[in-house]
Design a protein. Structure first.
Length: 149
């Protein structure tokens, strides 16, 4: 898929929907935390973006992702498949000055600064990176013996 962009406010105002498929190799920053030699064994990442506006005029983009990611198990150092299915609501604001100074009361909404040209790939990559576990592990595996004996 080419580098698609959206105008965040126009996208939300019109209630647009976008469905995209990406190969894991398409994500530069994500590739740094994944086992790249396993990319061919993993199908593409499916993402959906849906724009909406609230009654009070707030603009939103809902981002949904369904994929599995090859990561290094920190217990045995083998490859572990990390499934990731999520839907995240992003509230769009026009500038950094519009960002709330304190935590938003609603944990289900993240606030981001919208631009006229927002890369769909980068938006999806940001949300995936924020959702992946910091430490990936198999549910059941044997830890490596690092005692040197």
């Amino acid at each position: 898929m080419s580098a698609k962009t959206i105008d965040g406010f126009a996208f939300s105002r019109s209630g647009s929907e976008l469905h995209a498929e990406f190969g894991l190799k398409d994500f530069d920053r994500l590739a740094d935390v994944l086992v790249q030699s396993e990319f061919s064994a993993y199908p593409s990442l499916s993402a959906s973006l849906i724009g909406s506006r609230s009654v009070d005029g707030r603009s939103y983009v809902d981002v949904a992702v369904d994929a599995s990611f090859p990561m290094v198990c920190q217990r045995c150092l083998g490859v572990v498949s990390v499934p990731l299915v999520f839907q995240r609501r992003l509230e769009l604001v026009r500038s950094d000055a519009s960002l709330p100074d304190e935590d938003i009361d609603d944990d289900r909404v993240d606030v981001i600064v919208s631009r006229r040209e927002m890369s769909v790939k980068e938006l999806v990559e940001d949300e995936v990176l924020l959702s992946l576990p910091m430490v990936a592990m198999h549910d059941d595996c044997v830890a490596l013996d690092t005692s040197g004996e």
